[in-house]
Every structure is written in structure tokens, then in C-alpha cells.
Design a protein around this ligand. Structure first.
Ligand code: PCA
Length: 213
């Protein structure tokens, strides 16, 4: 079993991105699976191209992309990606698409085909806060998750994939008011547990993890 896991480069004025910091710290073998780690630029379209090339060359069974969700307090495993870019800030190359489809020939949305609830449960059982998220936003993270699931739909039908958002690191929130953070060792452990949940469950568990607005 091969797992490709990616993290993003820092963006939005941050000096660090917890996603790639945590990915870098993962073991090379987790739950018997061979782990390949990759940093992805926080740039629309270039990110998807790089992921496509990595899937083509590494031939992974599972792909998990990870990104920073500043403001979230827990680890969130994403359920769905939507076919829209609506950037509140520019990406690292100055692109700021507004209400543009990611792929004109893609579905309105794609759902993750990994057992996302089993992944969340695995993380929670180790005492780390985690939940299912129903929105990866409309910036580069949703863009990459959509690109991954589009590629799975059109080109790599045997691959399974999702996206995980992680909170800020403590050093990122020193001068931010009331912003939650999580220690790097906990984020790294959570990603390792998420991989364990992903490779260890063919089917998802039937547990309520929905939200009420
Ligand atoms: N987070 C951003 C893009 C890169 C990252 O780490 C997002 O949530 O869209």
C-alpha cells in the first residue's frame, strides 16, 4: 500500500505552514503503508498540476492533501470539494480568481472516497480533537481537493483521496487575538492516525458526525 501525502507552502503573510511542517515529520512507514511526502505551492492550477505529476510517477493507492485552516481549533477531515475558486486573497503568484469553475467539464462537487469518519474516529480515540468538515473553503485547499477528486474521477479511478485541514501552530498566533492553535507534535500524530484510519478501513463507519446550523 502506498500513500502520497502533501502539505502546502506558507501563504497569506505567514512564515510557516503547519501542514507541510507536520507532513515532513511523518514516519516513512505508517500502518504498513509506504509514505511519500510532497510540498505543494499555494498557487491555483500549478498545485493540481504538481499533484497530477506526483500521482503519475508515484502511483499511490491513497492520496491525502493537507492544508492550514487558520481559525479552526481541531483537525478537520474534509467530506466534499466544490467546483469554484473564489479567492479572498491572492495566491503566492498573485492569482485571485473570483467565481471561476476549477474544471469546466467537472461535476459541481466531488465527495471524498476515503472512510473520512473512520479517520476522524481514529484521531479522536487518541485524545486529539477532530471532526468531519463539510467545506474546504473556496481558496487553494478546496481547489486542490477538487483537483484531486476530479483526477480520481477522470484519470485514476483506483486511487482514494481526501483533504485534511489543520490549525495554526502556537507560534503563529502569538500576535493574533483569540486564535486557536495546536502543537506540531499533535498535528503530526493526528495525520499519522488519519493515515492509519484510511488504510485500515475499506468502508466508512456509520456514526453521526454531521452538523446543525
Ligand atoms: N490553506 C489554504 C491554502 C493553503 C493552505 O494551507 C486554504 O485553506 O485554502
Amino acid at each position: 500500500m502506498k500513500v502520497l501525502i502533501t502539505g502546502f507552502a506558507p501563504f497569506g503573510g505567514e512564515a510557516i505552514n503547519p501542514s507541510f511542517e507536520a507532513v515532513k515529520g511523518l514516519e516513512d512507514i505508517i500502518a504498513g503503508a509506504e509514505i511519500t511526502k510532497l510540498e505543494i505551492p499555494t498557487v491555483f492550477h500549478e498545485s493540481i498540476k504538481l499533484l497530477d505529476d506526483a500521482i503519475e510517477s508515484n502511483k499511490p493507492d491513497v492520496v491525502i492533501c493537507v492544508g492550514q485552516a487558520g481559525g479552526r481549533f481541531d483537525i478537520t477531515v474534509e467530506r466534499v470539494a466544490i467546483n469554484v475558486d473564489d479567492a479572498r486573497i491572492a495566491d503566492n503568484k498573485g492569482n485571485q480568481p473570483i467565481d471561476e469553475p476549477i474544471f469546466k467539464d467537472g461535476a459541481s462537487a466531488y465527495f471524498s472516497n476515503l472512510p473520512i469518519k473512520a479517520m476522524v474516529e481514529e484521531i479522536k480515540l487518541s485524545g486529539i480533537p477532530a471532526s468531519v468538515s463539510n467545506s474546504a473553503g473556496t481558496f487553494v485547499c478546496n481547489h486542490l481537493m477538487y483537483g484531486l477528486l476530479y483526477l480520481i474521477d477522470k484519470k485514476y479511478p483506483k486511487v482514494k483521496g481526501t483533504f485534511i485541514h489543520v490549525p495554526f501552530l502556537p507560534q503563529q498566533v502569538i500576535n493574533k487575538y483569540n486564535a486557536p492553535s495546536m502543537d506540531l507534535t499533535l498535528i503530526t500524530k493526528a495525520l499519522s492516525l488519519a493515515i492509519k484510519g484510511a488504510v485500515g478501513n475499506d468502508k466508512d463507519i456509520k456514526t453521526a458526525m454531521g452538523t446543525i446550523c
